[in-house]
Structures are given as C-alpha cells and as structure tokens.
Design a protein around this ligand. Structure first.
Ligand SMILES: NC(=O)c1ccc[n+]([C@@H]2O[C@H](COP(=O)([O-])OP(=O)(O)OC[C@H]3O[C@@H](n4cnc5c(N)ncnc54)[C@H](OP(=O)(O)O)[C@@H]3O)[C@@H](O)[C@H]2O)c1
Length: 398
C-alpha cells in the first residue's frame, strides 16, 4: 500500500511508521515541518507545513491508498480539504479525541454522548476550545460523502517526547524532577480512574485499521483497558523514575486544583471536563474491527521503556524551565529557581508568576470566563478565550 502519514513523527505517528514499514510491500510517506532522515528503504520523509494550501495540494494529488492524519484542523479548513483528500485516497483515517465524551458511570463506548452534543449554540461558538474543535471536525467527517473515513479517538497517549502527568507537560514536570523541585498535581483527580496508553500500543491499533474495510465509516476509541487511579499511575511514575535514576520524584498534591490551574488556564479546561471523572474505556469495538482481542501493554513496563528513552535520547529536548509554569509551582511549593536559569526575556514571566500582579490575575480571570468555570468568588462577565491560551492545551493533553 502507498500510505501518507500527515504528522507522522509524533507520539503515535513515529511508532505507526515503524509498524507499517515492517511490511516491505508498504511505501510510507511522512509529513512534518522538520527535517528527518530515513533509515528504511520504504520510508520517505517530506518536509512542509500541511496548513499551507500550495503544499497540501501538491502533496495530496500524488494519490495514496490510505491517508492517516494526525493534524488538529480548524473545522473551516477541514471542510475545504476533505473533498481533495477523498478524491485522492482509498481510506482517510483521522484523529478525534476520547476526551470529547461526557462523564458516564461505567465504561465509555463509541456510543457515549459527547459533551458537545449537550452544548448550547453559545457554547458551541467557543470554537477554539480543543474538544469543541475536535467534535466539529468529527461531525464534518461523519456528514461527508465520497470517501471511506475512519475516526480514531485516542485518550491520553504517551511516548518519550510527550508524556503529560495529569495535564502537566513532560517538559515542565521532568525539568522539575531533574532539578530536584517538587511537582504540583491536583489532589482532586487522585481517586479518579485513568487509561494511560502507550504510543506504541496506540500505533499498533491504528495500524490494524489501515486498509481494513471493516473500519470504513467507523469511529473507534483507542485507550488502554488497563485502567487505574491517578494515584496508582503517579506512584508508577515515581517507582519507574526511582529505578532509572535513584532519585525520588517529589510531589505536592494540591487540595484545590483551581489554586494552580486558574493561573495556567490552558490546563484548567481538560482537568475540569475530563480528568475530574473516571475514564475507563470499552475495547469491544476495537477488538471487533481488529478481528481479535487487542492486548495493551502494562503501564509500568511501557512507562519504563518510554522514560528511559526520554532520559537517554539526546534528541529528546526537555525544553527550557517554562518560566510561567515554574513560577506558579515555585510559589505553591515555596521553592525558588535562580533567575540565571532563564533567558533574559523570560525572567519577567517567572517573577510575575511567582508573585502575580493585578494585570496577570485579570488576564487569567478573563481567560477562565470563556470556559464556563469560575475562579473562586468571581462571577460572570463573559469574554472570549484568547487564541494563544487555547492552543496550549492541544499539544499534550489529548
Ligand atoms: N497524544 C494524545 O494523547 C492524543 C489524545 C487524543 C487525541 N490526540 C489527537 O492525535 C493527534 C496528534 O497525534 P500525536 O499526539 O501522535 O501527535 P504529536 O505527538 O502532537 O505530533 C504531531 C505531529 O504533527 C506534525 N505537525 C504538526 N503540525 C504540522 C503542520 N502544520 N504541518 C506538518 N506537520 C505538522 C508534527 O511534526 P512537526 O512538529 O515536525 O511538524 C508531528 O509529527 C491530534 O489530532 C490530537 O488531537 C492525541
């Protein structure tokens, strides 16, 4: 098969490329904005920005058996692109998200109502929010004609480069761990169940949908069925890191999540609508489409492989200290990061986060208004989410 993977160098795309290229009858074409070199004769990297019209049209007209798409599309753009995708491929596999689902008692299935389904027109207009954007994209695809689509809905999926702890990005919590700082997490999620999924497992499951006629016109959730509480998951992270480095991962469980997340608005929305609830998924549909029981790896084993790679792979950059985030965490833990650890241009952000000014608090307040959740003691005065804040969530949180 000739397969195009748009965004094929990320948490799921990298292992999917490996999985698909093992079949030497496949030719795998991968798009990303950075330069990559192939070690396989049937893997071809293409550098470019898929959001550019010229690049997209040039690429898509080369025709493929299957297109796997890991991009988060603004619905308006996807609407225009779908017909070109369908005209040039036999199957279009795209990513929704399992954090679209409304809270339920028991197992989440593909039939579980989405949060979006119960939203008012006004709420749906907050189109920049991640799960709303994903629900709109899903609706567009489901209503479309002329192509064999498959919508995959992953839940939190980690690998060496992307591994959020509850919602705290890898670059933030790993920096704190490596520098002996305490990591702040919300106490309120600790008794909730999570289904953390290894990127390699998700990729294998997606791979089983590639060229699979049973998956045409289907939505399928991909999330591990080996769920546990966040407390157990976090303890596993602590054990694995201790085994790998002999250093304790220090934690501070904050009793009221809004005390930190009101200062980091891009994180507040996923915590409140997703992590505050049990997230346990049925794999019945996945098994049915695979034609066999799909086996997910054990969290401890997979996490060990993943974190070992994070710590040992020189190409994995753990980023800068992220001044605003570190400032908020230092404020809560009473720790201090010397200003010399930040670039000159970042120092003010750290200082502001450490002791917030009125304008910072006001900006945070305005941002939260758009999420229909409120800071302590403050009430409505609706204002839209600033574009910049909305994007932050999408990177790591699923
Ligand atoms: N991972 C999760 O926990 C999770 C959970 C639920 C849903 N999802 C969905 O899964 C998809 C993301 O998958 P992922 O987490 O595996 O990806 P990821 O790790 O975030 O990687 C994103 C990939 O897309 C490429 N990319 C981003 N923008 C691009 C552009 N404009 N042009 C070309 N390439 C671009 C990136 O490469 P460059 O940076 O080099 O361009 C990279 O290969 C999204 O649709 C997301 O909503 C993910």
């Amino acid at each position: 098969m000739k397969i195009l993977i748009i965004g094929g160098t990320g948490a799921m795309g990298s292992p999917l490329t490996k999985y698909l290229s093992e079949d030497k009858d496949n030719s795998v074409y991968i798009v990303s904005r950075h330069e990559h070199f192939s070690r396989e004769s049937n893997v071809f990297y293409i550098r470019g920005n898929i959001k550019s019209d010229a690049f997209f049209h040039e690429l898509i007209r080369k025709r493929y058996d299957v297109v796997v798409d890991f991009i988060i599309w603004p619905p308006k753009v996807l609407r225009k692109r779908l017909k070109h995708i369908y005209a040039n491929c036999g199957q279009y596999i795209t990513m929704g998200t399992s954090s679209e689902y409304a809270p339920v008692d028991g197992l989440i299935t593909e039939e579980t109502p989405r949060l979006y389904d119960a939203y008012s027109t006004e709420e749906r207009r907050q189109g920049g929010r991640y799960h709303i954007k994903k629900s709109k994209d899903d609706d567009l695809i489901m209503a479309s004609e002329g192509g064999n689509w498959t919508i995959i809905r992953p839940w939190v999926t980690y690998n060496a480069r992307k591994n959020p702890l509850v919602t705290v990005p890898l670059s933030v919590w790993m920096w704190r761990y490596l520098h002996g700082r305490t990591i702040v997490l919300p106490q309120q999620v600790m008794d909730k169940k999570c289904s953390l999924t290894y990127g390699g497992d998700a990729a294998r499951a997606i791979g089983k949908m590639v060229g699979n006629p049973k998956a045409y016109g289907q939505i399928v959730n991909i999330a591990s069925n080996k769920w546990m509480t966040w407390a157990e998951a976090v303890e596993t992270y602590q054990q694995v890191l201790y085994e790998l480095r002999g250093e304790v991962m220090k934690l501070y469980l904050l009793p009221d999540a809004s005390l930190i997340w009101r200062d980091i608005p891009s994180q507040y929305d996923p915590i409140a609508r997703d992590r505050f609830y049990d997230r346990c998924f049925s794999t019945a549909k996945l098994n049915e489409l695979c034609g066999e029981e799909f086996v997910f790896g054990d969290l401890k084993e997979c996490l060990k492989m993943s974190l070992e790679k994070t710590l040992n792979d020189p190409t994995v950059t753990l980023g800068s200290p992220s001044p605003a985030y570190q400032g908020v965490m230092d404020r809560l833990t009473g720790e201090h990061t010397p200003l010399s650890m930040f670039k000159r241009s970042e120092r003010d952000a750290y200082k502001t986060a450490l002791s917030p000014t009125k304008s910072w608090a006001k900006r945070v307040y305005r941002t939260l208004k758009g999420t229909d959740l409120h800071m302590h003691g403050e009430q409505d005065e609706a204002s839209p989410l600033p574009e910049q804040e909305e994007r932050g969530e999408e990177g790591e949180n699923g």
